[in-house]
Design a protein around this ligand. Structure first.
Ligand code: ZN
Length: 249
């Protein structure tokens, strides 16, 4: 097949576009938004302002057929509750696992239906992403989530307005070890332990928006993070308990 200059130019545009998207996706994290967050806005929940040694684990992008059950088994053995920010289409794919989460002491949050960059969508689309996810979580698990974490931590004032209009609080977190980049279990553990403080909300990933994701480092990391924080006197709570535990930041 003859490859024309026009085709090369168009392939190049697609490549640049994809790179740009990957960069924007990472931007909020590379800026350390989860750490400078408290100064940005009080409408977003970053962590609880408390001296009590409470901490919450949260897992995004599931439910996943392999890693979510692995986490659930460990959390059950350890009597540790967590919060799972589910993607609507992953719930549709793995309803039994979503129900398994709901059968435990865990909380379920809304992480949109298709995991888009919300600031790039129109109002109707943003609202639909949240509503469709709310509906499928309710239909499958009987739970009605109240917290929404925007994919990739990307939001604008407009997105926060629409989220509140849908009855949700926008949530980010203050400890993010960038586990999807697979830095190694040791680094995931070290980053979390180095940043956790009373009232922290830890952001991790039990699933993925693309097929074939590998979250084994996250699962292994959790098995070290939980006992190490418990040794330091921390108690694990759900996000809603964390929110209630203090004046917010
Ligand atoms: Zn996500």
């Amino acid at each position: 097949m003859q490859v024309s200059n026009a085709m090369i130019a168009s392939m190049e545009r697609v490549r640049i576009f994809k790179q740009m998207h990957a960069f924007i996706g990472d931007l909020s994290h590379s800026l350390g938004l989860e750490r400078i967050g408290p100064w940005l806005t009080e409408r977003i929940f970053w962590r609880a302002n408390t001296a009590d040694k409470v901490v919450a684990l949260s897992f995004d992008d599931g439910p996943h057929e392999r890693y979510t059950p692995a986490l659930l088994r460990y959390l059950e053995e350890s009597h540790v509750p967590a919060t799972f920010f589910m993607i609507g289409r992953q719930v549709r794919k793995n309803p039994d696992i979503a129900r398994e989460v709901a059968n435990g002491p865990h909380e379920i949050g809304n992480h949109t239906f298709t995991h888009p960059r919300l600031p790039m969508l129109g109002d109707v689309q943003v609202t639909r992403e949240l509503a469709e996810t709310h509906d499928i979580i309710r239909d499958v698990t009987g739970r009605e989530p109240v917290h929404m974490r925007p994919p990739m931590g990307l939001f604008t004032k407009r997105v926060v307005n629409l989220t509140e209009k849908a009855g949700y609080r926008t949530v980010v977190g203050d400890v993010y070890p960038r586990d999807p980049h697979k830095p190694g279990t040791h680094k995931i553990v070290r980053r979390v332990l180095g940043r956790v403080q009373p009232g922290s909300l830890i952001i991790l990933h039990d699933g993925g928006n693309t097929p074939g994701v590998d979250r084994s480092q996250t699962v292994d990391g959790v098995k070290e993070i939980v006992p190490r924080l418990q040794d330091k006197g921390y108690r694990f709570v759900t996000l809603s308990e964390l929110v209630r535990s203090g004046n917010e930041m």
